[in-house]
Each structure stands twice: as C-alpha cells, then as structure tokens.
Design a protein around this ligand. Structure first.
Ligand code: FMN
Length: 196
C-alpha cells in the first residue's frame, strides 16, 4: 500500500470495506510495471458476474493493452486532459452498453447495468492491487468508426486500469494538483432523503 493510497482513504461515519474506502481514481499510472493477464481477466470476470435487469447482461468491452495500436486508438479518442494522462495506463477498456435487443426494443436499464458491471470491475481491480479511473470524456463517434461499432452498442465510457504511479510523474501542474487534492463527498444526510 503506498502513502498516496493511505492519504486518500475515504472518511466514513461507519467502517466500510477497505477496498471501497481506499479506491480512488488516479491519473498517474506507472507504465513500467507489467500487469499479469490473470488480473485483467479477474477484473473482467467481476464485471461479467454483475447483476442486471432480467439478466440481460447489456455490457460489452473492448480491451486494449499498452503498446497495441488499439490502445493508441482509444487514447486518440479521449477528450482534453484525458488524452494526456490516460496513455500511461496499462489497459484501456471501452465500456459499451447494449441498449437494444436484437429486435430493436430498448433495454431501459442498459447503462445502469453497465455502470454496475464497471463498478464490480473496479472493486476487483483494487482488491488485486491495481487502480482504475473511469472517463466519460470520450469521442463516441470516433470510437464507433475506429472499432466498427454498430448502432446496437453505445460507447459509454472508457476505463483506465493500471498500476499506481507517483504524482510527480504527471507532466502538467494542473494534473499534479488534482492528483493530491482532497477527496470530497456530499454528507450522508444530503443523500439519504428518508431513513425511517
Ligand atoms: C461516469 C464517469 C465519468 C468520468 N469521467 C471522467 C473524465 O472524463 N475525466 C476524468 O479525469 N475523470 C473522470 N471521472 C472520474 C471522476 O471525476 C471521479 O470518480 C470523481 O471525481 C471522484 O473521485 P474518486 O473516484 O477518486 O473518488 C469519471 C467518473 C465516472 C464514474
């Protein structure tokens, strides 16, 4: 466990599982460290076994390891600052929602279910000593073209998965400041509207 992780542990009003308390979204990944394929597979398995409405499993993933043309293509289709930091992540995953059935009927909970699957992936990855940073700042049309994604699938987000790097490794002042900025959340009382 690095100092960075300890400092960024969530402050909670009751104890929560340490993986959940210590999970956070870094922008500095150490590209020099290899991730065993087994850990990537475990993260994807965690997503696979997520709950979904009527067990429709409306999640699909495009997985690209650093050094492949596919990884570079995903980086090219990130927005703004995401392009700057995410290239050092060992793995980039395009998260796709299967938003309709084969007959074209809408699957109302597809994005909700995809989000849950990515959350499961995140928890497994952190349990395995990795870090995850999700991105909504993506070029949807560019990803569609690059990976020949049809209308039934919606590129929704990209997950950066990797080994935590140091804040100093980030190349911009803004990113370094964000990396060590205090984490904040709304108070529990603001979220729980009724607790009878
Ligand atoms: C759906 C989604 C989209 C996000 N998009 C971006 C993004 O485009 N760029 C970025 O740097 N962080 C992005 N984030 C990360 C959030 O900013 C981050 O989770 C939030 O600030 C809370 O910080 P924490 O994950 O360290 O607790 C996204 C997170 C989620 C869940």
């Amino acid at each position: 466990m690095s100092d960075t992780t300890i400092v960024r542990t969530a402050t909670t009003s009751a104890p929560i599982h340490e993986v959940l308390a210590e999970r956070w979204s870094p922008r500095s990944f150490d590209p020099s460290v290899e991730i065993p394929d087994e850990k990537i597979t475990a993260a994807l398995e965690a997503a696979r076994w997520s709950a979904s409405a009527s067990n429709t499993q409306p999640w699909r993933f495009i997985v690209a390891r650093r050094g492949t043309t596919e990884h570079a293509t995903i980086v090219d289709n990130l927005m703004g600052f995401n392009q700057v930091w995410a290239s050092s992540a060992q793995v980039l995953i395009v998260n796709l929602a299967a938003a309709t059935t084969d007959d074209g009927a809408p699957l109302r909970w597809a994005q909700y279910d995809l989000g849950q699957a990515v959350a499961n992936l995140t928890v497994q990855a952190h349990h395995d000593g990795l870090h995850v940073h999700q991105m909504g700042g993506i070029e949807v049309d560019g990803l569609r073209r690059a990976f020949d994604i049809g209308p039934q699938l919606e590129p929704t987000s990209v997950t950066a998965l990797g080994v935590l790097g140091t804040p100093e490794a980030l190349t911009s002042d803004v990113l370094r400041e964000r990396e060590v900025a205090p984490r904040s959340r709304l108070a529990l009382d603001d979220l729980v509207l009724l607790n009878a």
